[in-house]
Ligand binder design. Sequence first.
Ligand code: SAM
Length: 348
Amino acid sequence: METTHRVFVGDARDLSAVDDASVELVVTSPPYPMIEMWDDLFTDLDPAIGDALDAGDGRAAFEAMHAQLDRVWDELERVLVDGGIACINVGDATRSVDDSFRVYPNHARVLSAFEERGFDPLPDVLWRKPANSAAKFMGSGMIPPNAYVTLEHEYILVFRKGGQRRSFEPGADRRYEAAYFWEERNRWFSDVWTEVTGELQALEDDELRERSAAYPLEIPYRLICMYSAYEDTVLDPFWGTGTTTLAAMCAGRNSIGAELEAAFLETFDDHLAELPALSRSVGRTRLERHREFVERRREAGESLEYEAEHYETPVVTAMEREIRLWAVCEVVDTADGYRAEHAPLSLE
Ligand SMILES: C[S@@+](CC[C@H](N)C(=O)[O-])C[C@H]1O[C@@H](n2cnc3c(N)ncnc32)[C@H](O)[C@@H]1O
């Protein structure tokens, strides 16, 4: 199998390099409005944002930042196929502006922006980030009533374009081979995700990942497996360090990424050297976990009725029989991105 991965330096408010109805899934995390690390970026996009912050008008700054994101959401509406899915990872912001503390509900604003564009909201996921610092409660004291709850979760908002689900030809291999295991379904389709960072081998953390607010590979990898089939194309308009593209390569899907800051693209090649090993590890972890699940199930005296066609393992449902995982064997530079060669993954 071969997949293609286009990446370009550019402003996602204009995705004219991406054709209408050419993307089946969007997985992305925008710069979060009213989080200070993104103030300069938003002010570059619209200088009125800096003016509003300087004037202490948090509400106007919040709205003006979202107006910039809205232009990207317009583009997503254009490039997604009917029935295509958009998964938006976003956190709310707490901030004092002009001595007034409040929460800025980014998730609610993004949700209404997508509804206004005709998307149907689907059940979302709360991603609970590990928080082990005692310092997080600093300043809240022990005396009521003026302390604030600490935000320890982000949202993964999920939307479908148009009213209809995507249709496939009956028995479409590219869909059935992209099946996930029953026990994965039970974890992935839960509405609260915890300990996501520890799930898959992480890429080396570096200053750049910090500066880009990169999400863990597990987040886009799960979403891609949950909401796309083989041969589909996944778009990330806020590409950052390219975690979505790495996840798409591991999952055997095509991808497109747009990123304002050229510096992020320059370091991406370093990660590609690790990609074949990473993708094998991701796939093997899934297969090994499935075997452990089978062991536990047998020990509990429960039977598994079906056999997987491509792996020597039983599965719980008929829908899992054709499941097939791929590992990247090589990534080749192309004129506008990369081509990844994949081989079927085995445990041997
Ligand atoms: C939260 S980060 C995304 C991090 C990414 N998910 C990762 O794992 O590395 C948001 C990214 O969007 C980029 N960005 C912000 N506004 C943009 C725009 N209008 N067009 C393209 N990229 C933009 C920022 O430079 C930043 O890298």
